[in-house]
Design a protein around this ligand. Structure first.
Ligand code: BGC
Length: 768
């Protein structure tokens, strides 16, 4: 079937004639997959089948049936690494390259990106996700989606929603309050949906406040479709469906993989019995066909991709993702003048860890080996030795340890490769702790004991503890950098690339310091999100817990200076946008890139506020000595919170500080602004509303303040006080009691002066 207007949106007029020719059975059949990876075709009406595959950091197009054997594709840096670049242009380019590979392999939807919030470092899939911060996750996802979709290929933003652990992932209920849901767990999805219009979303396996994501009408329909205007379709995670008919009603258009017709029959039966309206099924089919037809139309034939160019892009992205965590004595970059001989130690130098386990595992087109890349980068006159300790073992045997120490001692500098083995990070289960294997720690400590110039290169997909951090001079976090990670590491070690990545998740000192420590991963199929809004740096800030490395942190081989902060307004309303500009200067002697971070901190009455929240960021490239002005824009949403009674985003008149810095804990400049709300929200008071709430609302404060006074006077009418101080204390106590009093309780407290009828009358006056 060809839509009437090629190259544009498929319209309702295109779809309607097809739907009217479909039988009930065909409509139901379209609601589930043909097999593991394809939708069902209906040939007599020209409805094609489209193909979808994992995702997210490259393509995993299985060869025939079966897990583990997939076509070769470029393995780009995993999500954690990509996010650490904070470079949305670069991420968009990676997305476009993956989109091109999809076209080359006849794949119409890439199953990614995944943007679940890193609530705990223990989540086994953290390497597949971007950040602990929703704005950063949303912006990066939007860039990635735009990139993939620029090639005419669809995406599936996943896992919607509140899927933050692997433990009991198919049954657990994530118990989260509404404000936290909106501000932390949905915000990234909202940004990505609104800014990049992903063609599809994938629902999560878990339940959210008892309801399975696959049948969650509030999430799938009311929020996603009605509020955010999502126009694509939602597919289930593989096997996430529980009650297919409820899913159709709720807004789950496609069940994946296919169900051998079992659930299709249930849909047919539900329509026949009247339990499901056929109009609803028609809507679901229309949502599916709009996307399927469009993606089929956008298929390109004869596409090939340049593996070398993609390898270079993978190397570039991996290099930009590396975070320099420590660089005492400027031990890096390795200079020929200082270090004539280098000892490379550790198995990961030869057998790198470059991606995580599970559905995202890509079969790479090639693989850079760090040791070989280091060798290729050696300047003449530099010596290299290699000691491959089998560091995958839990404990290191003495002989291996002695070999490593000997190699380290004979060299001027030791580079130890360590991190987390494969078995520590995979889809399907969580970590039990945040420690590296004992053998890796032993190796680092043994080498550091004999060689003061020790640098550790880490390969891991999420935060780890580093009890050895003080014993070494340099730490490079190279993540799971994909197939180009080896060259990236060598380029950063030798200074061909100046590191510019920053952490998108806090590295804690110890597991006990982490926000979800007391609640993760729950029990009896229930996990309480007890830390509420205080996830990631919001928690460490509020509890004043010193992390090992804070959110947003990362060093460079050069230095930057921040100056001249300017705000476009001192007073801002909901109608304005605020331009914040700062000038950043490279004060060192080599070119580099800085990630400028903007946080908003509320001052005063903002309810339950975090100390600060990231609202914008920009990555800027500067030659040595160069200075550039960076401008970031905020709007009213950056000053709003989700109000659970109004069920919407609310601003209040309040003062805020705008903070600009190089990490969440290195704020260099700040200015304040007053936000004057222009939202005219009607009060939503009832008889349980307290005087505290009414006294601050413009519509009720004049009406309730005399009443409060009467109540206070009534309380102490006949009281006798021994002295003035006792009287003052009593009135303070009385004021606190009255402020917390629900309106209806005023009847009993007023000694007959205030009746139930008067309560009702007052509420009518205020609420109308
Ligand atoms: C994962 C998804 C993945 C799907 C298909 C599921 O187990 O949770 O992320 O896209 O499998 O492989």
């Amino acid at each position: 079937m060809q839509p009437s207007n090629s190259n544009s949106e498929i319209s309702a007029q295109d779809i309607q004639p097809i739907i009217s020719q479909l039988t009930l059975e065909e409509k139901a059949a379209l609601c589930s997959g043909l097999d593991n990876w394809r939708t069902k075709p209906i040939e007599r009406l020209g409805i094609p089948s489209i193909m979808m595959t994992d995702g997210p950091h490259g393509l995993r197009r299985e060869k025939g049936e079966g897990f583990g054997n997939s076509e070769k594709a470029t393995c780009f840096p995993t999500a954690v690494a990509l996010a650490s670049t904070w470079n949305t242009d670069l991420i968009q380019k990676v997305g476009a390259a993956i989109g091109e590979e999809c076209q080359a392999q006849d794949v119409q939807i890439l199953l990614g990106p995944g943007i679940n919030i890193k609530r705990s470092p223990l989540n086994g899939r953290n390497f597949e996700y971007y950040s602990e911060d929703p704005i950063l996750s949303g912006k990066i996802a939007a860039a990635f989606i735009k990139g993939v979709q620029s090639q005419g290929v669809g995406t599936s933003l996943k896992h919607f929603a509140v899927n933050n652990q692997e433990f009991e992932r198919m049954s657990v209920s994530a118990e989260v309050d509404e404000r936290t849901l909106r501000e932390i767990y949905l915000r990234g999805f909202e940004i990505a949906v609104k800014e990049a219009k992903p063609t599809t979303l994938m629902c999560a396996y878990n339940r959210i406040n008892s309801i399975f994501a696959a049948e969650h009408r509030y999430l799938l329909h009311e929020i996603l479709k009605e509020e955010w205007g999502f126009e694509g379709f939602v597919m289930s995670d593989w096997g996430a469906v529980n009650d297919r008919v409820e899913g159709v009603k709720a807004g789950l258009q496609l069940e994946m993989p296919g169900n051998d017709g079992i659930n299709d029959k249930k849909i047919v039966a539900a329509v026949q019995s009247g339990a499901l309206e056929e109009e609803r099924l028609d809507e679901v089919v229309a949502d599916l066909l709009r996307v399927i037809l469009k993606l089929a139309e956008q298929k390109k034939t004869g596409v090939t991709f340049n593996t070398e160019a993609h390898q270079e892009l993978a190397q570039r992205a991996a290099a930009e993702s590396i975070v320099l965590l420590k660089n005492e004595d400027s031990i890096l970059p390795l200079s020929k003048k200082r270090f004539k001989s280098i000892a490379v130690i550790g198995d990961f130098a030869e057998n790198p860890r470059f991606q995580g386990g599970g559905s995202s595992r890509v079969n790479p087109t090639k693989l850079d080996i760090p040791f070989q890349e280091i060798y290729r980068n050696l300047s003449t006159g530099m010596d290299l030795s290699f000691c491959n300790d089998s560091t995958n073992d839990d404990y290191l045997d003495n002989e291996l340890m002695e070999d490593a120490q000997q190699a380290a001692q004979l060299a001027d500098v030791a580079i130890v490769f360590a991190g987390l083995p494969n078995s520590y990070e995979t889809e399907g289960y969580d970590r039990q702790h945040i420690d590296m294997p004992p053998s890796h720690i032993q190796l680092i400590e043994a080498v550091a004991k004999v060689q003061p110039n020790t640098v550790v290169v880490l390969q891991n997909g999420s935060a780890i503890a580093m009890p050895w951090a003080n014993q070494v001079k340099g730490i490079l976090e190279s993540w799971l950098g994909g197939q180009g990670g080896g060259a990236a590491i060598a380029n950063v070690l030798f200074g061909r690339v100046n590191p510019s990545g920053k952490l998108t998740e806090t590295f804690p000192q110890k597991l006990e310091d982490t926000p979800a420590f007391l609640n993760f991963p729950g029990e009896n199929r229930r996990v309480s999100y007890g830390e509420g809004l205080f996830v990631g740096y919001r928690y460490y800030d509020k509890k004043q817990i010193e992390p090992l490395f804070p959110f947003g942190f990362g060093l460079s081989y050069t230095t930057f200076e921040y100056q001249k902060m300017e705000l476009s307004h001192e007073l801002m309303t909901n109608e304005d946008t605020l331009e914040v500009s700062v000038s950043v200067k490279n004060t060192g002697n080599r070119a580099g890139q800085e990630i400028v971070q903007l946080y908003v901190s509320s001052d005063g009455n903002f309810p339950n506020a975090a100390i600060k929240e990231l609202k914008a960021f920009a990555k800027v490239a500067l030659e040595a000595g160069e200075e550039k002005t960076v401008t970031m824009t905020l709007n009213w949403r950056d000053f709003a919170f989700y109000h659970t009674q109004y069920k919407s985003w609310v601003t209040i008149s309040n003062s805020f500080n705008i903070l600009v810095g190089s990490s969440s804990q290195d704020i260099h400049l700040q200015e304040s602004i007053h936000f004057q709300t222009t939202q005219n929200l009607p009060p939503i008071f009832d008889k349980y509303t307290t005087f505290k709430e009414m006294i601050v609302h413009p519509k009720s404060s004049d009406l309730v303040s005399p009443l409060m006074e009467q109540l206070m006077n009534g309380m102490f009418m006949d009281a006798e006080f021994p002295d003035e101080q006792s009287k003052k204390d009593a009135f303070e106590f009385g004021k606190a009691i009255v402020l917390d009093l629900p309106l209806c309780k005023a009847v009993g407290f007023s000694k007959g002066k205030f009746s139930e009828e008067m309560v009702e009358e007052l509420l009518n006056k205020i609420n109308t």
